[in-house]
Write a protein that binds this ligand. Sequence first.
Ligand SMILES: NC(=O)c1ccc[n+]([C@@H]2O[C@H](COP(=O)([O-])OP(=O)(O)OC[C@H]3O[C@@H](n4cnc5c(N)ncnc54)[C@H](O)[C@@H]3O)[C@@H](O)[C@H]2O)c1
Length: 298
Amino acid sequence: MAFGSASTVPASTVPGSTVSASTVSASAVPASGVLASTVSASAGRAQPALPGRMAGRRALITGGGGGIGLACARRLLAEGAEAVLLDRRADALSAADGIGAAPVACDIRDPGAVAAAVTRATGLLNGPADVLVNAAGVYRIAPLLDLTPEEWDDVQAINLRGTFLAGQAMAAALIAAGRPGAIVNISSTAGLVADASEPSAHYNASKAGVLALTRQMAAEWAPYGIRANAVCPGVIDTPMLRLMDDPAAGAAYLRTGVPQGRLGSADEVAAAVAFLASDDASYLTGAAVPVDGGVTAI
Ligand SMILES: NC(=O)c1ccc[n+]([C@@H]2O[C@H](COP(=O)([O-])OP(=O)(O)OC[C@H]3O[C@@H](n4cnc5c(N)ncnc54)[C@H](O)[C@@H]3O)[C@@H](O)[C@H]2O)c1
């Protein structure tokens, strides 16, 4: 996968039970600056939004206060959708205010909280969300031999069970209302390939699980007009990124491991998500789309 590498992130800094999302984010290189210093000025820009493509659509974005979730919200709003951002972080609520979305605080691990949040979103959107982007997630690093069952379970609970809970609640509401919809789950290239130098088995397993879950959502809910697809981002310039913690090692990885030779931007992931959520992808379901600059092609 390569958000970081064994050489850039010493295992000793990541005891299985103590690394939290906030710890990872706080130590990560901020989004601004990384991209500019590693790519040409024109790289990393997604094509402009297609105004009106999502008109009348109601979007719920989990992890909406994060790098990719917020970019997805901006893109869907720019294309005409209404949006509710779900996140457990307080600052996600202010991000929602700034882009014209409605905030709903929720810990995606908690089934009762997710059910309540989806109900709340239905009220805010004046109807059940017909677009769900599951972007809530954490990235934690721990070698398998140090990984505790508690840490394993917590990553599955956020990345995989949270995706299941939000998807189930959204689909149930849509099916009850007799309406079609689209789900886009944010998996990862870590769900497609292993990386011997990257000690993050719990993360990788959760993201592979998201792909299996996506296929099952597609199969079970196609009769109701609900499509489900996944995107598999590679190294994307968000607060989650660890690759550039060691700039020299990060640059070397970009040269040798990424055919396009640069980080991706959250906007580039959002462009793929908006396509999959839109009717432009009307015959596309159960797919896993890498947005990775070619990482999984080599
Ligand atoms: N950045 C990358 O390089 C990259 C690559 C592949 C996949 N991804 C995936 O993309 C998704 C978005 O990641 P990002 O890069 O925007 O990271 P991010 O850290 O900026 O955003 C993740 C968001 O999820 C929220 N979240 C975490 N735990 C939660 C919980 N229990 N309940 C509710 N919300 C919770 C966080 O508060 C945060 O706003 C994640 O699923 C991540 O695994 C990211």
